[in-house]
Design a protein around this ligand. Structure first.
Ligand SMILES: [Zn+2]
Length: 406
């Protein structure tokens, strides 16, 4: 099963020094920093996904500057995201989509099919998904009334797919994917049936992100009733570690997700992934980077030099323990004392103890764990946190690459 990683400028600074926490950073961030496929010696995905909504200036969520959009259009996506083949690895694929979640609340998509086809052609995408419009609801109970707007979006997505199928024939070395939207297993099945009639043999199933895993399986099982043998399924925005084998059984050939990266620094506890366990990263916030701590220092409730001393003691006792100079109990007691200061109520010390005692970074073959050692499980600053996310992508990719779609 292939894994595509959606681009949203997630880069790390190769000049960051983990001991001194200094960087020698210069020039453009996009040019001087590294994508996950550059930071790791083996790319943690088969390709990247880029949404038109992310680069389109009309969209308020755009992540690209004017200069970056120009460079993308002039040089093409493979050069811009540095996906071209290198001595170490083969060329990575580029998949395009319209980014329909970002305009789901609008009546109509803000783009036309012509604009999408131009975008794919100009950037040189290898694969691209037809323009679609997300249905903002799921209702599997056939006795319940379905809003007209849901039916309208379902039909609109099919009409746009038919138009895209014809217009994308002008693109060279390009695989079109038809988008399927629905509100229950039967409406998704209907969408897939129609897309196959249009000639699609690769179908992107969208709108599944808010669904429970069991509901996603129900949708896939329903699609399997009509799916042609050669039709492949792509799941948009989905990574549910626990059910990949079921996904493969239902013809899922690829998926995309940012979840493994985001969980590294946005999840309360599942920050560092391994094949059989999710670990909590050890939080040692920078005194001047923690809002609550800063407020208390400014108000005179906490002494600045005392806080800085505790932060340093946490870093040195955790690193010391990892290197075999110091006890786990000493590290946990420093972490607990500092946590009381920066967090108040929270007590994650048992989770921290489990992470440090298990030493998962020593068992991971990825180049980030090999280079960073214990720093990869320290929750502190973008350079550590994002690299932990890259490691999570690597683990997911390893799991997925073992699976073959049925
Ligand atoms: Zn790793």
């Amino acid at each position: 099963m292939k894994f595509y990683f959606p681009d949203s400028h997630d880069l790390v600074d190769p000049s960051f020094d983990f001991e001194s926490e200094q960087r020698t950073y210069n020039g453009s961030r996009q040019r001087s920093q590294q994508y996950a496929h550059e930071a790791l010696d083996e790319p943690p995905y088969d390709g990247m996904l880029l949404s038109k909504a992310v680069v389109d200036g009309r969209n308020k969520n755009t992540r690209y500057s004017f200069g970056q959009v120009r460079s993308l259009m002039d040089n093409g996506i493979h050069k811009f995201l540095r996906l071209e083949a290198t001595q170490q690895r083969a060329r990575l694929s580029a998949m395009g989509d319209c980014g329909s979640f970002s305009f789901a609340s609008e009546d109509e998509p803000p783009f036309t099919v012509d604009e999408i086809v131009d975008f794919y052609g100009q950037c040189g995408f290898d694969l691209g998904i037809s323009l679609d419009h997300v249905i903002l609801g799921y209702q599997p109970d056939p006795k319940k009334e379905i809003p007209d707007d849901w039916k309208r979006r379902h039909q609109m997505t099919l009409d746009l797919a038919a138009e895209f199928r014809n217009k994308s024939r002008t693109l060279k070395h390009f695989t079109p994917l038809g988008a399927a939207q629905g509100w229950d297993p039967a409406s998704y099945r209907d969408a897939v049936q129609n897309l196959q009639k249009m000639g699609y043999d690769y179908i992107a199933v969208g709108g599944l992100v808010p669904l429970k895993t069991k509901e996603i399986i129900d949708v896939l099982a329903s699609i399997s009733m009509v799916r042609n043998k050669k039709t492949k399924i792509h799941l948009l925005g989905i990574s549910r570690l626990e059910r990949f084998e079921d996904f493969a059984k239902h013809g899922v050939a690829s998926l995309d997700s940012t979840a493994p990266l985001k969980q590294a620094f946005m999840d309360d506890k599942n920050n560092y992934h391994t094949h059989d366990e999710l670990f909590t990263a050890v939080r040692i916030p920078q005194v001047d980077g923690n809002p609550q701590l800063k407020r208390n220092i400014l108000a005179g409730r906490i002494d600045l030099s005392e806080a800085l001393g505790m932060e340093r003691a946490c870093m040195s006792s955790v690193i010391g323990f990892a290197r075999g100079n110091g006890s786990l109990d000493a590290a946990i007691s420093e972490l607990r004392a500092y946590e009381r200061l920066w967090s108040g109520k929270k007590d994650d010390s048992e989770r921290y103890r489990h992470t440090l005692a298990s030493r998962p970074w020593e068992k991971c073959p990825c180049s980030i764990c090999r280079q960073l050692g214990v720093h990869v499980v320290i929750f502190r600053g973008a350079d550590r946190n994002r690299r932990r996310g890259f490691h999570n992508l690597f683990v997911l990719h390893q799991n997925l690459s073992k699976l073959r779609p049925n």
